[in-house]
Design a protein around this ligand. Sequence first.
Ligand code: LLP
Length: 434
Amino acid sequence: AAGVERDDDGVLRVGGLSVKELATEFGTPLFVVDENDFRSRARTFRDAFGAVLGGADVYYAGKAFLSVAVARWIADEGLSLDVCSGGELAVALRAGFPPERIGLHGNNKSVAELARALEAGVGRIIVDSFEEIERLAALATARGLRADVLIRTKVGVEAHTHEYIATAHEDQKFGFSIASGEAAGAIRAVLKASSLRLLGLHSHIGSQIYDTAGFEVAARRVLRLQAEVRDEHRVELPELDLGGGFGIAYTSQDHPQPPAVLAANMAEIIAHECAGYGLAVPRLSVEPGRSVAGPSTFTLYEVGTVKSVPLDGGHSRRYVAVDGGMTDNIRTALYDADYSCTLASRGSSAAPVLARVVGKHCESGDIVVKDEFLPDDIAAGDLIAVPGTGAYGRSMASNYNLIPRAAVVAVRDGDARLIMRRETEDDMLALDVG
Ligand code: LLP
């Protein structure tokens, strides 16, 4: 993140604070969010998309990481918010987030979630199944409301990312297929329901994507459908959402696109396609999660044990075990994700050795950083920082092995503020009512 530097002793500092002070005050493992960095990424997205097509909207995808403080930052910076569950909606509402700037997602929203969204006055609901269209229409009718909806389409592109986080190929659960005619059916169903108002179409092709080609194909397919809707139903849909999924750099090998480039590319293709079909340009929105939250945060761990394991060819690997692992970062185990790390509590002139940072959980797949060079003198008591953990770290945390979930601290201009406290054994025991 932008605000990270080292002092003369090699101690990492962020937002004007040393990681040693943070570890002492808040314990480890600890998610350290550079609030200025988070806010500036949010603003950069808002400004970049606000500058194209007469002003596109940015919905921060709360699944990346949501807390009351984060919802307030997002509101402050003028973004909208994508929530995908009753729980995320509850956090947003507790933060006082303006409901009309919230969109609700999910492929299997419960009746209770839909009812709550309607009653809260959520700005739009992205529908994902025929059952949901019926349920939502009935709930809105019963309340004398008209619900604004987008239809999630499945555009049939193979996004270049891990299979589990690609969401636009045919054989997966999200969206109505354009190719099979299902999306056209969903459009008819929504247009027929007098308690629903069709705002537009939605596509999210997947996550951690660097190549803009997938977004371009998605935009083309969705706009072609939009032109068909105009021809068949005589309605021009006023909005279009192209989802999130913009990749970030987890290691020096990764080269993400800046938001201004993404916005310009999308705007160009949309303007071009709309001109071709004679369509009015719809109001664009996007839903970045990772690219706002991810780079703003690093996880601070304390090293507990170090082992050297011989490898073939006379080499060895240093296994550096830290006090967290797959409960605060499941991404390495789940997606074979790459991370980097650095010794954070001191400088060292020792030779670099091939190391693997592992956690404290009862699985050999409990790996945080697969391969990194760390100084030969790495030892118990050292602090290690793993950057880029602001998205899908704390939000996917578990308490496997009954390890309490890590705390989140926001640092800004020399102040540290706990925004999510560490889970305690008492918190966990409170759920055990047996
Ligand atoms: N919009 C929709 C409809 C989504 O499903 C998602 C992510 C986003 C936006 C935000 O995507 P982002 O910009 O953060 O890539 N847990 C995985 C990623 C799964 C994301 C699911 N949906 C991970 O750790 O990589």
